[in-house]
Design a protein around this ligand. Structure first.
Ligand code: KMH
Ligand code: ZN
Length: 310
């Protein structure tokens, strides 16, 4: 891995897994997404990973107008790097998934590095009453969902968005995804240093054990040498523990309500910034420093916020 002195905190503000019934804190209106994103940046997040939601019912949206309702406000109020998801949701094509990043040309966007089961159906059993009609079916039906990210899809994202100097957050949910990334790099699709998000604890991906984190990192060291920068996302209850371990091993971290609705076992987070403040406190208490947005830009070789399209 590339040597680094400071820790980048990414905050993933709302995502496409959780639904409004699961937590009142999950933002889905533009005001709330913008407000929580700005507060997360003030608390120490240098990258904001963003999905859009339909403001009427909180369902996942790829409508550029829904992104356009919060992106300029966040940019105006914060220096943070904006990263737009290309993950989509249960029923979206790769073209729909690319469209928001293509239109807004952010400094970063996500790129999922393999097809897989991606399920959160067990969450459907936790609630009797739902705030909105779509929620229960959306969550329950994720047991039949294949998260499609074929080599052709990956190439399409790379060749459509790469020319806009958008840096990818390579989402790797299992060790095979690192080999997919290596293959793509060897084919010339991505330039080093690549930014790899090691993801643990999604049902369908590798589990959230420290052994697996070490395994992923060792494998990435072998495949990419100094040509990569890494970060860790632990889903659900694994969030803070794995982020702490990653930061101690010289990696970067991702928190946010997309990945976990909790601040500690059994207690819902009040907002995204609470999770950012907690991991920042841990990182600093253990003797490291968090990277500012401009330091993150330098580490990741980003194009700069003056070259986005919002
Ligand atoms: N929801 C995370 C586990 C994306 O947006 O492209 C992974 C993610 C995918 O953030
Ligand atoms: Zn995401």
């Amino acid at each position: 891995m590339a040597k680094q002195n400071k820790t980048i905190i990414t905050c993933a503000v709302t995502g496409a897994i959780h639904t409004p019934t699961m937590s009142d804190a999950l933002p889905y209106r533009a005001d709330d997404i913008a407000g929580q994103a700005i507060a997360a940046a003030e608390a120490g997040a240098s990258i904001l990973h963003l999905h859009a939601r339909n403001p009427e019912d909180g369902s996942v949206s790829l409508d550029p107008d829904h992104f356009g309702a919060f992106l300029p406000r966040i940019k105006q109020a914060s220096e943070a790097v904006i990263n737009i998801s290309t993950g989509g949701s249960l029923k979206t094509t790769i073209e729909d998934r690319i469209a928001p990043a293509l239109g807004f040309s952010p400094e970063m966007c996500s790129l999922n590095m393999g097809s897989m089961n991606f399920s959160f159906h067990p969450l459907a059993k936790r609630h009797e009453e739902w705030k909105f009609d779509w929620e229960k079916e959306y969550v329950a039906n994720s047991d039949s969902y294949i998260f499609r990210n074929t080599f052709a899809d990956i190439e399409k994202v790379a060749t459509t968005l790469g020319p806009h100097q958008i840096k990818f957050e390579h989402e790797c949910y299992d060790v095979g995804h690192l080999y997919n990334l290596k293959f793509c790099m060897d084919s010339g699709l991505f330039k080093p240093p690549v930014f790899i998000q090691f993801i643990f604890g999604i049902l369908g991906g590798i589990g959230p054990e420290v052994d697996n984190l070490i395994f992923m990192k060792r494998t990435a060291d072998r495949l990419f040498g100094d040509n990569y920068i890494w970060s860790v996302l632990g889903a659900g209850g694994a969030q803070m523990g794995l982020a702490t371990t990653a930061s101690q091993l010289g990696g970067n971290v991702r928190v946010g309500l997309e990945d976990s609705l909790f601040i500690t076992r059994g207690q819902l987070a009040e907002h995204n910034a609470q999770q950012v403040a907690k991991i920042r406190r841990i990182i600093e208490d253990l003797g490291s420093q968090v990277a500012s947005p401009d330091e993150a830009r330098e580490m990741l070789d980003l194009k700069g916020s003056d070259r986005v399209n919002f």
